[in-house]
Design a protein around this ligand. Structure first.
Ligand code: GLC
Length: 798
């Protein structure tokens, strides 16, 4: 923590005793003798907001992070006081506020255990240089407490013992432990005594988090300006904390189009057109499924956004259509820097309309990026966002590009200290004018938001697809993301695994890494291991820097090509499973990847695991992260797991060795799961789905699985045109019953399910579908049969 004060050497300042208290519906105000006001808002029974003003005047209450759709309301709100405290009670929480100094302590309302308690609590330093305060909060770290979250930090899952900074930064070839990198997500989870809570510090200034590094038993967070404004979010389950956090900061406005969950191939850069075609043709020739092909900056004329280099791409509309006819969706990059060029219409228009960011004394913010000297739109101004959105008309509506990739939006500036705008740059901040100190961390988010709205407008009635590099809390509402310019090393493969899990835990599930590594070149083994991991990442894209050799699935010889194909095919088979997980995530915000600690926080063995995770609800994955490995040790969460490759059963609760030569990886299915599968397609929509396969894994007991389907694109599902199937499985010593409950108005193209029963512990005597007996035939020890998709009850009797 910063301990020297700059003004009159006042040092840290603290609230004094409460002299005034007022309640206004869901909000309580506590004022101290030295003029500090604490505002506590009961957002929900499990979510409290704390805001402090040091001179009794709050800032205009505006946040880019919080969604307008956040739920409000509580079942219970009681305020009492005793000698020392004001006591707020909801159905989930009890919050004490000390009359002496505004310090808080929060307890679980049910069992009265302490969840989170201030150490020094709120304190501040006055900032002589910028005005306002450096706002600080410190909390006691409770016995055995662990910390998680914070977005894209490239360190172990458990953040305990470390200090971090949030300041979006272009970080080419970052290393393990580098901080900060591209994103600023000031949200963390604390876990102790098997109970979890979260803190979202909604402050866009440069902020800091210290998890017991400075002091063994203290966790603190602070920011260079703005208000101490944070949300306390209770679980006690970690998944509930993330769900409540995404209720506040938003979930994706819609499910991605199904194609966006397929495989994406990217490189800096594929050009000219003949090269793009060579790559896409190769995918089809080698029968490696692929849905998206990317155009990096070289498609533009001198890197001018919204232009085309006509020498390389003489007829983009024709090319994009030909690619589309072959099943490829074209995704094009758009950066924020607009080249200073009087002949360039985008530049001229923005200049005329006064849309570029300016320095404090009036000159434009000039900075060098790929096109050379640029000016930068102020995406924090609504009018600028609308203008930007409209710029996509030609690219999307006329040319037919399906997705847009926003890069360099930290914002990145080359050849200057700090690699970004200087602090004095001015921003509109949606009518709350401010300097770059406050707007920096949300600049990329507002760019991606404007891009999203442009795509939404011009892709309609299809769904937009956007990807962004920089993000602040809430960016998950608009776009997908990746972990930036990583490196082709084994350690980076391990980091990619952690970073994507961490992004999921931080509310942003549509995330992936540059598969194979962006900088430098992987060997075939590393590339293949990375694709294996990528199959289980929500965003699945190979990307690399062109000056480091080829990184297409066939670049490492036929053996690796075959393995890579096999794994991409698994992804395509699992599309209905992943799509269902995405639908769940957009509904309730629970991460698509569940780190083991989030999957089972009650098992302490999971608290420090980095490698294993649950993909969706039922698939346990553990990537191979070492060269020449023939397998690895991994921890199995408590429960029974089926080996995906041979159906052998593993009893969880301990570490075990798993064989996994280069053509395999550890994949396990939770007992009782029903996994939906599509046939292998070369791209989404290549085939009409004529049958849905259901892989059923026996369990003695109950398990619920679900499958969500719709038109795979468009917004009709929001009007009820979806098909949601719930499967309730009940296994007993000599019977297996599956009940199906169906809802929604969408009619799937297929009429039947192919049921594959894995490892039944009894010999089948008969199978009944809705009380009628059917014929069975045995296949490889598994039982496979076809039944109508309308079935209500399937009964296998032993
Ligand atoms: C940045 C991006 C990278 C992209 C390159 C050129 O380094 O992170 O993905 O390929 O710029 O546009």
């Amino acid at each position: 923590m910063i301990l020297n004060t700059e003004l009159e050497y006042k040092g840290n300042l603290f609230p004094s005793k409460i002299v005034f208290y007022k309640k206004n519906v869901d909000t309580l105000y506590f004022k101290t003798e030295n003029n500090v006001t604490l505002q506590v808002t009961v957002e929900r029974d499990s979510v409290l907001r704390f805001r402090f003003a040091t001179s009794s005047i709050f800032e205009n209450d505006f946040s880019y992070g919080i969604t307008m759709y956040a739920s409000k309301g509580y079942n219970k709100l009681e305020i009492e006081e005793d000698k020392n405290n004001y006591i707020i009670t909801t159905s989930k929480l009890i919050c004490h506020i000390s009359k002496l100094d505004l310090r808080t302590a929060i307890f679980d309302a049910k069992d009265k255990t302490l969840i989170c308690e201030d150490e020094l609590g709120f304190h501040w330093e006055e900032s002589y240089e910028f005005g306002g305060d450096i706002v600080k909060m410190s909390k006691t770290s409770l016995d055995g407490e662990s910390y998680f979250g914070l977005g894209d930090k490239p360190v172990d899952i458990n953040l305990k013992g470390k200090r971090f900074e949030n300041w979006a930064t272009d970080s080419y070839a970052y290393v393990r432990g580098a901080d900060p990198i591209y994103k600023a997500i000031p949200f963390y989870l604390g876990l102790h005594h098997k109970k979890a809570y979260g803190i979202f510090f909604d402050n866009t200034f440069r902020s800091y988090f210290d998890f017991c590094q400075e002091k063994r038993n203290v966790t603190s967070f602070w920011a260079d300006g703005g208000e101490m404004n944070y949300y306390f979010i209770y679980g006690p389950e970690m998944s509930e904390v993330v769900s409540n956090y995404t209720d506040l900061t938003g979930r994706p406005h819609h499910i991605p189009p199904l194609w966006a969950l397929g495989f994406h191939q990217c490189k800096w850069s594929y050009y000219p057109e003949a090269k793009v075609k060579e790559v896409t043709n190769m995918f089809r020739e080698l029968k490696i499924p692929c849905d998206a092909i990317y155009l990096d900056i070289d498609y533009m004329e001198g890197f001018r956004c919204f232009t085309w280099n006509k020498e390389y791409f003489p007829d983009p509309k024709r090319m994009v259509k030909e690619l589309a006819d072959d099943g490829f969706k074209t995704v094009a990059i758009i950066d924020p820097g607009i080249k200073i060029d009087n002949e360039y219409s985008v530049y001229k228009e923005a200049l005329e309309k006064d849309y570029f960011c300016k320095r404090a004394d009036g000159p434009y913010m000039k900075g060098k990026v790929w096109p050379g000297e640029c000016y930068f739109p102020d995406f924090t101004k609504p009018e600028v966002r609308e203008w930007w959105a409209d710029l996509f008309k030609e690219l999307i509506e006329d040319i037919g590009v399906k997705g847009v990739w926003n890069d360099m939006n930290e914002p990145a500036v080359m050849d200057v200290p700090g690699k970004t705008f200087p602090n004095d740059v001015r921003h509109d901040y949606d009518g709350n004018p401010c300097s770059h100190r406050k707007a920096h961390n949300i600049y990329g988010m507002q760019m991606a938001r404007a891009t999203y709205h442009g795509l939404k407008k011009f892709s309609y009635p299809k769904r937009p697809f956007v990807i962004t590099r920089s993000a602040y809390s809430g960016t998950q509402r608009y776009t997908s993301t990746w972990t930036g310019d990583n490196v082709a090393t084994w350690d980076h493969l391990a980091l990619a695994n952690i970073q994507v899990q961490r992004m999921c835990m931080s509310g942003f599930s549509f995330a992936g890494s540059d598969i194979g590594g962006f900088a430098e070149q992987p060997n075939g083994e590393l590339f293949t291991r990375w694709v294996q991991l990528g199959v289980f990442h929500p965003f699945f894209r190979v990307h690399s820097s062109g000056d480091h050799g080829d990184q297409e699935p066939w670049a490492f010889g036929p053996t690796m090509t075959d393995i890579v194909r096999k794994f991409i095919e698994i992804r395509y088979q699992l599309l209905p499973y992943l799509y269902t997980a995405f639908w769940r995530y957009t509904e309730d915000g629970i991460p698509i990847l569940k780190s083991l600690v989030l999957f089972d926080q009650h098992d302490q063995h999971t608290n420090y695991r980095n490698d294993e995770f649950i993909f969706g609800e039922k698939i346990l994955v553990c990537p191979i992260l070492e060269q020449n490995a023939k397998g690895r040790r991994m921890y199995f969460p408590i429960g029974k797991w089926y080996n995906f490759w041979d159906n052998s059963i593993v009893i969880g609760g301990e570490e075990k060795w798993v064989d996994a030569d280069i053509d395999s990886m550890p994949i396990f299915i939770k007992e009782g799961a029903i996994i939906p599968k599509y046939p292998i397609q070369q791209y989404v929509g290549e085939k009409i789905i004529e049958q849905l396969e259901l892989d059923v894994y026996f369990k003695e007991g109950k398990e619920v699985s679900e499958v969500f389907e719709d038109a795979q694109d468009g917004f009709d599902y929001k009007k009820g045109r979806y098909s949601l199937r719930n499967f309730n499985l009940v296994g007993k010593t000599n019977s297996l019953t599956i009940l199906q409950f169906k809802s929604g108005k969408f009619i799937t193209t297929y009429e039947t399910f192919k049921i594959n029963i894995h490892s039944l512990p009894f010999k089948i005597k008969s199978i009944e579908v809705d009380n009628e007996e059917i014929d069975i035939k045995m296949l490889n020890g598994n039982i496979t049969f076809v039944i109508t998709k309308e079935f209500r009850e399937l009964h296998i009797i032993g």
